[in-house]
Design a protein around this ligand. Structure first.
Ligand SMILES: C[S@@+](CC[C@H](N)C(=O)[O-])C[C@H]1O[C@@H](n2cnc3c(N)ncnc32)[C@H](O)[C@@H]1O
Length: 387
């Protein structure tokens, strides 16, 4: 195994629980491998960690800080530990994000379990080639899973999509509080946005019978179903026709009367502007757009996008305003600032009810801020706030 000597800063950060270092910390750069490889990191020639190196990335991801073999037992321990956290500590059952990359010391692997159906986003060809078979065997062994789908991630190495186990299954029904959802692992990412679980449940306490609720970027109706279960009349908006079809099916699955909702296929900005022009407003508005900032470079444009979207959402909101951002590059403070300045522009006074984040099965470890991405602000729009 190639040994790479790291500088003191990187050594200290690994000692302080960081799960990644940058290639600039490597002293013997001439030894950096030409292909994806597991390397040994040393400091003053002493073992520090084993890590996953990819020449296409400036980030080196730590696999272990023990001098241990990376083999079946290694993955077994990690996967079991990740399961125990989800089931024994946070008490999630049947459906949860089982593996959240570095947070579980399993970089480049995301794995969601939906009852008997699993979906993995894998971003390493080396893991695919050398360890995927073991990882899949372990996941089956430790659970009631019947089928595991392997998908490529948005970033990183493109792996071959494949299915293990019962190939006939791609759909299941999960429960979230009183709500039921159809999850199709062929959908966006791993099929369902488990990261919003706690926020969708939290929404329920603010919806009253007969409220008009606008769910912008509703996907398969996550927030919509919870709002409808509390008696709200829901208008969901999304660009994806496919997602909206499932949203309708989810409403039916939850026995929501057909005259209690409508789904609009369209661009969020345009649909909201047309509501505004028609003097249509809502008791509750929820905004859950995709990540506008995919990189630091796109931050400026992303902020403009959040600013306009929130302005429109606030103009339409009469009582409760829920706004989310899943851009890692927009941190909590910056997002709050952006939302609040949109509120000033929209002339709406907000009371911050809560500032939430991602569900507990997407853990953020002490030194790994990169694992934090989802922000969700719940606020109360103070009555008659027009100035
Ligand atoms: C993060 S997901 C929403 C997840 C959803 N709230 C849930 O709980 O399952 C973002 C959604 O935004 C949709 N989307 C992306 N750009 C959009 C746009 N300009 N207008 C409307 N929807 C859009 C995507 O199709 C996707 O379904």
């Amino acid at each position: 195994m190639i040994k790479l000597e790291i500088d003191k800063k990187a050594y200290d950060s690994i000692k302080n629980f960081s799960r990644l270092i940058y290639t600039k910390a490597i002293k013997n750069k001439e030894d950096l491998p030409k292909k994806e490889e597991i390397v040994v990191l040393t400091y003053k020639n002493r073992f520090v960690a084993k890590a996953l190196y990819n020449p296409n990335s400036v980030i080196i991801k730590i696999l272990t800080i023990k001098d241990e073999d990376i083999d079946y037992n290694f993955f077994y321990k990690r996967i079991l530990e990740a399961k125990k956290y989800r089931e024994d500590i946070i008490k999630y059952k049947n459906t949860y994000r089982w593996i959240y990359a570095e947070a579980d010391f399993l970089p480049n692997i995301i794995f969601d379990k939906y009852n008997e159906l699993g979906a993995m986003q894998l971003m390493s060809k080396l893991i695919e080639r050398e360890y995927l078979k073991d990882i899949v065997d372990i996941l089956f062994e430790l659970s009631d899973l019947e089928t595991i789908y392997i998908k490529s991630g948005k970033k990183g190495e493109k792996v071959k999509e494949k299915v293990f186990g019962d190939k006939s299954k791609k759909e299941t029904i999960i429960t979230e509080g009183e709500a039921k959802f159809i999850v199709n692992v062929k959908g966006h990412k791993t099929g369902f946005f488990l990261d919003q679980r706690e926020n969708r449940l939290f929404l329920e306490r603010f919806v009253k019978e007969g409220d008009r609720v606008l769910d912008v970027c509703c996907y398969t109706g996550g927030f919509s179903v919870h709002a409808a279960l509390r008696g709200g009349y829901v208008v969901g908006v999304d660009l994806s026709k496919k997602a909206l079809k499932v949203a309708e099916e989810n409403m039916e699955l939850n026995k929501i009367p057909k005259d209690s909702y409508e789904f609009i296929e369209g661009n969020a900005f345009e649909v909201m502007e047309s509501f505004l022009n028609d003097n249509i407003s809502f008791d509750t508005v929820i905004l859950d757009p995709p990540a506008f900032a995919q990189s630091k470079k796109s931050l400026k444009n992303a902020l403009k996008g959040y600013s306009s979207l929130n302005y429109l959402g606030l103009k339409l909101a009469n009582r409760i305003f829920v706004t989310c951002s899943c851009s890692h590059h927009v941190d909590r403070e910056l997002f709050k600032k952006t939302v609040f300045s949109s509120a000033f522009r929209a002339k709406k006074e907000l009371i911050l009810i809560d500032y939430k984040g991602q569900a507990y099965d997407h853990p953020i470890t002490l030194a790994n801020k990169n694992l934090e991405y989802l922000k969700c602000i719940f606020s109360y729009v103070r009555g008659q706030a027009e100035r």
